[in-house]
Design a protein around this ligand. Structure first.
Ligand code: ADP
Ligand code: ZN
Ligand code: ZN
Length: 752
């Protein structure tokens, strides 16, 4: 150490510290913590961080989380006491709390709102952490001795039951189901020292079945994941549909369990089917905890609590499962990592895949991303070596890749959008006892209602501007109009409101109309429609498909059918109405369309029967289709990556989008102009931050609000975040910030 010319200054004399306070993250849209004195007059201790507390916030009572413990601000008015501490011990701690702090910084959102998003609703509302341990009852020795002399009645009947229980004790859940009024009887016995409540050991292991022997590609992938255990690694499992990716996950998870660690599996919203869960349960030999939007708040909180206690060894869930505590983490899997449902579109706009990559790093565990159609973001990382690239190029077992044929429908007569060739192919597949899937990504009867006399179209009154009409979808067999953006409904008018003519006609075809036509044409087979209209509830889809079985027949559906269900007898997939996707202005449209086409095509011929895919289009020569057909998704992705790089678009640039909407468009514009000004002032000259806007959103009006946006982009992620960090205080303080509804979306996926 170099000599210092002056003697070191002595440490400052200890001053009396002002009392430490809780610095609480509260779920309000203000980017700061709020000071409170501890509830019970106790001293605030560093160990309080992560406890939930109830606090008075203005006129409201809120549940917050102690985010820090420190000295009270001497200049601020003395902090009020918190109303109550909810948890005795921190609910959020360690890696999860650290990762959530990272997420708050990355999304530039208040920590309190991020924590509220991460917690299951019951815990967010301040309810106690549910007890997920198994409790049971057994007789004491005194109880066994006294049993013969007990008076007849409920306590005696319960005592007899407990005496005969397998293992000498009975589960409370079982008693609930089998014995009315057992709790009062148990209390009577316990008061006399005859019975006692005990914690039961965790459920015994379930029988696990073995899967098929892995092929060499699968084995290599499993070896790579298992070899990475013990540290952070990110691996992209790029395997064609039906190549056996799920088998790779199952082997990697088994290894993780054998090492005594927990595994988390994220799946897309439509991928978490009872079929998937049953497969995991049958193979892993441990309870598999599901987490999805179809569960009650209580069930969600229980799974979260079980994961926190380390009792849940395998959690399979949709987007929000990215927030489960993993105190003994060993592996994180993201199935169909390209899926759009991993991105939250409102509130805290996080991306579950990206968030678990951050968590995997902090937890020092491998993160395995699987897809047949990887996102361009993940493919780029695989190319530049950030993700290990594992490939499964062929279908597993006996299944063969489906044959794809393009049907040119130019100048062909169409019936509900279906060409004669397509109808003939459906007939042939049915004649050979096969199942047919007709895929159309439009629900409803028809996408629009048009006046054939004057050209008037039914537009949504709340989602249209004079320059930009949003068509209402025809429903109810042609009788109702509905807006898919704001929910507005109205009957189809008797006559054209513009010219009074009676020539109103549904334009184009949605799933409902296709179903109608097919049911007439192929009256001797069942036709089942699957879309959000018919199967709003999660289990409704399952039941419908189970009832359909493997008999010959026709399924008509939207992308709900693109994933998750093995349909072994499906021999023909007919894809209609993709043409609008070929010409969308959204730079991600080609990627999304290619993923959808490849995934839907992958439904065909997944078992022993060969599959065929028909792609009906008015643009058979479109380069995207040509590339996909000749070289598959891989060839498309390479081309698209080159285009994105040339255009300086993601994943070669980083985006953030500030959206603003107001009844008066001038308010939204003025706010964004001021936001732009604030950003321009803090941006480093030559730092490469591009500001684009304010511009009308691609959908310039929705539900009565006019929508504008400001797009930030930079090749340098840090420059983008630095500018936001520096400018957001000023933007938050703008007078217009309270007059408009605005939001910041980092890494937006949809620029709508
Ligand atoms: P993916 O997840 O890639 O779509 P799956 O793991 O679901 O693929 O496998 C597709 C089908 O192939 C399943 O029916 C599965 O049981 C079967 N399968 C997977 N691996 C093998 C294998 N090594 N040998 C035989 N069949 C296999
Ligand atoms: Zn008209
Ligand atoms: Zn509308």
């Amino acid at each position: 150490m170099p000599d210092s010319p002056t003697p070191p200054t002595p440490p400052p004399a200890p001053r009396p510290e002002p009392d430490a306070v809780w610095r609480v993250a509260v779920p309000v849209p203000l980017p700061r913590l709020f000071d409170y004195r501890p509830a019970d007059g106790a001293a605030a201790a560093p160990g309080d961080v992560g406890r939930r507390v109830r606090v008075a916030f203005g006129p409201r009572e809120l549940v917050g989380v102690v985010a820090d413990v420190g000295a009270a601000d001497p200049d601020a008015p003395a902090p009020k006491p918190a109303l109550a501490a909810i948890d005795d011990a921190p609910l959020l701690s360690g890696e999860l709390l650290d990762s959530l702090r990272w997420l708050a910084r990355y999304t530039h959102a208040p920590l309190g709102e991020v924590l509220a998003t991460a917690l299951p609703a019951e815990l967010r509302r301040g309810e106690a952490l549910p007890d997920t341990r198994r409790w049971g009852w057994r007789l004491t020795e005194a109880g066994a001795t006294a049993l013969p002399s007990l008076r007849a009645g409920r306590p005696r009947r319960l005592a007899e039951r407990l005496a005969g229980a397998a293992g000498g004790a009975e589960d409370e859940g079982q008693l609930d189901a089998a014995v009315d009024g057992w709790r009062a009887a148990a209390r009577t016995l316990a008061e006399r020292g005859l019975a006692e409540r005990i914690e039961l050991p965790a459920a015994a292991p379930l029988p696990a079945s073995a899967g098929p022997a892995l092929n060499p590609d699968q084995q290599a992938a499993v070896d790579a994941v298992v070899g990475a255990a013990g540290g952070f690694a990110s691996l992209l499992l790029n395997g064609v549909t039906g190549s056996g990716k799920t088998e790779v996950y199952l082997h990697a998870i088994s290894d993780c369990l054998a090492r005594g660690r927990q595994a988390l599996v994220l799946v897309p919203e439509i991928g978490l089917t009872p079929q998937t869960l049953a497969r995991f349960r049958a193979r892993l030999g441990v309870p598999v905890h599901a987490l999805h939007s179809g569960l009650s708040d209580g069930e969600r909180a229980r799974t979260w609590a079980a994961a926190l206690r380390g009792d849940a060894r395998v959690v399979v869930g949709t987007r929000s499962a990215a927030f489960v505590p993993l105190p003994e983490a060993g592996l994180i899997v993201v199935d169909e990592e390209h899926d759009g449902s991993f991105k939250q579109l409102d509130g805290i706009r996080y991306h579950a895949r990206d968030f678990v990559l951050v968590r995997g790093k902090a937890l020092r565990v491998p993160v395995l991303l699987g897809s047949a159609t990887p996102s361009l973001e993940s493919l780029r990382h695989a190319h530049d070596g950030r993700h290990a690239h594992l490939r499964l190029p062929a279908r597993a077992g006996v299944a063969q890749p489906p044959r794809v044929r393009v049907v040119d429908v130019r100048k062909r007569p169409l019936e509900a959008g279906l060409s004669p060739e397509l109808l003939a192919a459906i007939g042939a597949a049915l004649a050979a006892d096969g199942q047919v899937l007709v895929f159309k990504n439009r629900r409803g009867y028809a996408p629009a209602l048009l006046c054939h006399d004057c050209g008037w179209t039914a537009h949504c009154p709340r989602c249209s501007t004079p320059e930009h009409g949003t068509a209402m979808t025809v429903h109810g067999g042609g009788r109702r109009l509905q807006c898919h953006h704001c929910g507005t409904r109205r009957p189809v008018p008797d006559a054209c409101p513009d010219c009074g003519g009676l020539a109103l006609q549904p334009q184009g075809a949605g799933t409902e109309r296709i179903e109608e036509v097919l049911a007439q044409r192929f009256a001797d087979v069942p036709v089942l429609r699957i879309d959000r209209g018919t199967t709003a509830r999660r289990d409704a889809l399952e039941q419908a498909l189970a009832g359909f079985g493997t008999q010959r027949g026709i399924l008509v559906g939207t992308q709900m059918l693109a994933k998750g269900h093995d349909l072994p007898n499906l021999t023909l997939v007919a894809v209609v109405g993709i043409d609008e996707g070929l010409f969308s202005a959204d730079f991600r449209a080609p990627e999304k369309l290619s993923q959808l086409l490849v995934q839907v095509a992958g439904r065909a011929g997944r078992a022993a029967r060969a599959g065929e895919v028909l792609l009906q289009t008015h643009h058979p020569e479109h380069p995207l289709l040509a590339t996909l057909l000749a070289g598959g998704y891989g060839a498309f992705a390479e081309q698209e990556l080159a285009l994105r790089e040339a255009a300086e678009l993601p994943p070669f640039a980083h985006l953030a989008l500030i959206r603003a909407e107001a009844k008066d468009v001038e308010h939204a514009r003025a706010f964004l102009r001021a936001a732009r000004e604030a950003l321009a002032q803090v941006a480093v000259p030559g730092g490469g931050l591009a500001l684009n806007g304010p511009l009308p959103a691609p959908m310039p009006r929705r539900a009565g609000y006019l929508r504008e946006q400001l797009l930030l982009s930079s090749a340098d992620r840090r420059a983008l975040h630095a500018a936001l960090d520096a400018a957001l205080p000023a933007i938050n303080a703008l007078p217009d910030a309270r007059r408009v509804r605005w939001s910041l979306d980092v890494d937006p996926v949809d620029l709508y």
